[in-house]
Ligand binder design. Structure first.
Ligand SMILES: [Zn+2]
Length: 461
C-alpha cells in the first residue's frame, strides 16, 4: 500500500514538475540561443561569401557565382529543397568617372556613379552647376529652370539608431536625378547619402528614373568633396564642371533567388520565411550589406536543423537583385502569389550586423500576445518591444504589402551608414560578437514562430 502510494505520489510530482508545452517551447528556444551564442558558423559563412565570391553586383557573373556558392553551401549544411528561382533584369555597368571643376578653380572632385545611372556623352559634358541645399529645395525649382545645367543636390544625413536618417536623406539619391531632369538638368551630382562626414569615400546606391523625363547621368560626391563644391559655389556662383561618366545600362541579364528549407513535421505548408539578399554593390564585398544577413539567417536555420525538426517549414530565401530595386523580391512574389497564404511569417536581416535591439510587429492584433511571448525569450539578448508597423525588411516588404504577417528584428544602425554602399563595406567592419547575438535572436525567433500554437494570422487592414 505504501509502495503504491509512493509510486502515485512520484507520478503526481513528475506531472506537476514537467514543463507545459509552452514552457518546453521557451526552453528549446533558450537552448538554441545558447548554442548560437557559442557558434562561429555565421562568421564562417560571412567570411566564405565575402572572401570567395567578393563583390556581387546584381545580374553580373559575380552574382551568378554567389548563387553557385549559396547552393553549394546550403546543400552542404544539409538543408532540403535547395534550388534557384531565376528571373531576368536589366544589367548595369559602373564604368569610370571624372569630375573636374572649371577655371579658375580647376581641381578634381571624388565621386562615384549612382547605381543604374546612364553615362555622359562620350568626352563628357561641361555645364554650369546649380546648388540646392537639399532635395526639398530642388522640388521648389520651376520647370525649365535647370535647362542645360548640372544640379548639385546637397543636404545632411542625420545619424540614427533605427535608420530614420536614411529615409530623410535618401530621396535625393532615389529620385533627385529624375526630379532634376524634369526641370531640364543634363546631369546630377548629390552629396553622398552617408554619415561619414570626414571620409572621402563616396556612397553609391540605386537611383530610379521616370518615363516622363530624360535619363541623365548621376553621381555621388564624398562628403568632404560636397563641402568643397558648396564652398566653391559660394565664392563663384555659375561655376562650371566637366563631368565624364561611362556607366551604362545593359540589355537583359539573368539573376535569381536561392531557396532552401527545413520541412515542417506537422504543418509543412505553413512557412516561416527568413530573408536576406545575396547581391551587393560592385564596389565592396558587401560584408554588412548584406553578407551579414545571408550569414545570420543561414546559420540560425542550421542551428535549428541540428536541434530538431520544427512543426512548420522554415524557408531561407536569399534574394537576388535587391540593390537595383527589389527586383528579386518582385519576381518571388510573382512566382508565389497564388499560394501566398502559405507564408505565415516573413522577416529579413538587411541592416548590417549591429545588435538586434527592437522587435517590430506587422501581425493581427489578436496575435500580439504570441509576439510578446517570443519577445520575453529574446529579452535576455537585449531586444525591446517596438512599433506595430513592421514590414519585415526590404525584400520581404513586397510580401507583407501583399498581406503576409511580418516581424522586423531591428538592428542597431548607428554606424551602418558610415560604410553603407562604399568600398569600406568589408569583413573587418563586422563585430563577431554582434553577429552571434543576431544569429541567436534569429534562431530563437524562428524556432518559436515555427512551433507556436495557432501560428500567426494576416494583419487586418
Ligand atoms: Zn541591403
Amino acid at each position: 500500500m505504501i509502495r503504491y502510494f509512493l509510486a502515485c505520489l512520484s507520478m503526481i510530482i513528475a506531472l506537476v514538475a514537467s514543463p507545459s508545452i509552452a514552457e518546453q517551447l521557451e526552453e528549446q528556444a533558450n537552448e538554441l540561443i545558447d548554442t548560437a551564442l557559442q557558434s562561429d558558423l555565421s562568421w564562417e559563412i560571412l567570411e566564405s561569401l565575402t572572401t570567395e565570391v567578393g563583390p556581387r553586383l546584381a545580374g553580373s557573373p559575380a552574382e551568378a557565382r554567389a548563387r553557385d556558392w549559396a547552393v553549394a553551401k546550403l546543400s552542404k549544411l544539409g538543408f532540403s529543397n535547395v534550388h534557384v528561382e531565376p528571373f531576368s533584369m536589366p544589367g548595369w555597368e559602373r564604368g569610370n568617372i571624372s569630375i573636374k571643376v572649371g577655371e579658375p578653380y580647376s581641381q578634381p572632385l571624388t565621386g562615384t556613379a549612382l547605381g543604374k545611372s546612364v553615362g555622359t556623352p562620350v568626352g563628357g559634358l561641361n555645364a554650369e552647376v546649380v546648388r540646392f541645399a537639399n532635395y526639398a529645395e530642388l522640388l521648389t525649382a520651376k520647370e525649365g529652370s535647370l535647362i542645360g545645367k548640372i544640379a548639385f543636390i546637397d543636404g545632411e544625413m542625420v545619424r540614427t539608431q533605427d535608420g530614420a536618417g536614411y529615409r530623410l536623406a535618401g530621396p535625393r539619391r532615389w529620385s533627385g536625378p529624375y526630379e532634376a531632369a524634369k526641370r531640364g538638368a543634363i546631369a546630377v551630382l548629390i552629396r553622398s547619402v552617408g554619415t561619414d562626414i570626414n571620409s572621402r569615400t563616396p556612397h553609391t546606391g540605386g537611383t530610379t528614373y521616370g518615363d516622363d523625363a530624360p535619363r541623365i547621368p548621376a553621381a555621388a560626391l564624398s562628403n568632404p568633396d560636397a563641402d568643397q563644391l558648396a564652398r566653391l559655389l559660394a565664392i563663384k556662383p555659375g561655376l562650371t564642371i566637366h563631368f565624364t561618366q561611362t556607366s551604362r545600362i545593359l540589355t537583359e541579364v539573368q539573376s535569381g533567388n536561392v531557396v532552401a528549407e527545413i520541412p515542417g513535421s506537422k504543418f509543412p505548408d505553413e512557412v516561416v520565411l527568413l530573408g536576406a539578399h545575396l547581391d551587393s554593390w560592385d564596389n565592396s564585398t558587401g560584408a554588412q550589406d548584406d553578407g551579414s544577413g545571408v550569414a545570420i539567417v543561414t546559420a540560425a536555420a542550421k542551428i535549428i536543423l541540428d536541434h530538431g525538426q520544427p512543426e512548420r517549414t522554415i524557408r531561407i530565401v536569399l534574394f537576388g537583385a535587391e540593390e537595383p530595386g527589389l527586383i528579386g523580391a518582385r519576381a518571388y512574389l510573382k512566382a508565389h502569389e497564388n499560394n501566398l497564404d502559405q507564408i505565415m511569417m516573413v522577416t529579413e536581416s538587411d541592416f548590417g550586423a549591429g545588435r538586434v535591439w527592437r522587435m517590430d510587429t506587422g501581425i493581427a492584433k489578436t496575435d500580439e500576445e504570441k509576439a510578446d511571448r517570443i519577445l520575453a525569450v529574446l529579452a535576455r539578448l537585449g531586444v525591446t518591444k517596438g512599433l506595430r508597423t513592421a514590414t519585415g525588411g526590404p525584400d520581404v516588404s513586397v510580401l507583407s504589402a501583399a498581406g503576409t504577417p511580418a516581424i522586423t528584428l531591428k538592428q542597431n544602425g548607428w554606424n551602418y551608414f558610415d560604410i553603407h554602399h562604399t568600398p569600406n563595406d568589408t569583413l573587418d567592419k563586422v563585430d563577431p560578437e554582434d553577429l552571434k547575438q543576431n544569429t541567436a535572436v534569429y534562431a530563437g525567433f524562428a524556432w518559436m514562430v515555427a512551433n507556436i500554437k495557432g501560428g500567426f494570422n494576416r494583419p487586418q487592414n
